[in-house]
Ligand binder design. Sequence first.
Ligand code: OSB
Ligand code: MG
Length: 370
Amino acid sequence: MKIDRLELRLLKLPLVHFFETSFGRIYDKHFVLIRVEGDGAAGWGECVAEQDPYYSSETNETVWHIVTEFIAPRVLGTSFSHPREIYAALKPIRGHNMAKAAIEMAAWDLYARVCRQPLSTALGGSRGRIASGVSVGIQDSLDQLGDKIERELAAGYRRIKVKIKPGWDIDAVEMIRSRFGPIPLMVDANAAYTAADALHLAQLDRFDLMMIEQPLEYDDVMDHVQLQKEIATPICLDESIHTGDIARDAIAAKACRIINIKPGRVGGFSQAIAIHDFCESQGIPVWCGGMLESGVGRAHNVALASLPNFTLPGDLSPSARYWERDIVVPEWTMAADGMVDVPLHAPGIGVEVDVGRIDDLTVRREVLSL
Ligand code: OSB
Ligand code: MG
């Protein structure tokens, strides 16, 4: 395959409801959408970098810079026999996994379309439906949190994840357990605690949570090793797992018992599949995380989550939970039993980008070609 044209757009898409994590509240999603063209077809990718360097050090601005100055020259006009070669070709560029992933995943879509295969098939997927979990942000009150969870359970979600931070943790989980009983429940701290909080976090053990996601620093592995010895709740790492090598080290050191794979965080599908395969060989279950993606990034996540070791529900909600109107047709929906269908009857990502819609949302655009 050979990419001969690359288009970047910065889009601003308003959220239906604000989303609050331990690093703040957002009302709109600003993200970079990528279109690659080559071999007579086109592929789409969505970058998971955000406006601010809070979840990760990358931002939409750094992505623009790295894609236009460093990634595009290495990809445009280069012959690859398979998109899995792209990550290795970008090795001279250190870090910037989200920028790399956006291009790599667009290339996988292009490749799958050229081969007339669903993306899920190209990735090695084996599942036709994905169990969906919901990520519930920090609310203004516990009552509001309880009401929100009640609605999400009624919608059919297979598990509830709540965001926690110091001051919004034990009481929130206690309220949920007393109001809803033994539902599949987990928490995500987005690195809001330190090693000194072990005793505090051990108070979560009595609630039988599926896991606690990323309690400590975004770049830490070793403090998580110690914490996992001090708490019974399984630790799941998200932010800490930037590469296949770190996943291997974290598992060997017993820093976590579960891994959240976000292809955008680890540099794309080749690394996501490598982490998936290694975790499978070690008996570590994985699930597909979300970054409030539009319908394009969601398509990539759904395809990835069809691989066999994605045995836990992913953060894969339907379009309507995030957007008044998504940028793809058809929009993503979830069945009443909390399952999302993997598109298996169309090549590539399986949904079409609504170009009129993205034109309306585009705040910046650049085209690079040979
Ligand atoms: O930590 O998983 C996270 C959203 C933005 C940044 C980080 C995270 C999240 C979510 C959203 O939890 C999950 C979703 O996309 O539904
Ligand atoms: Mg997380």
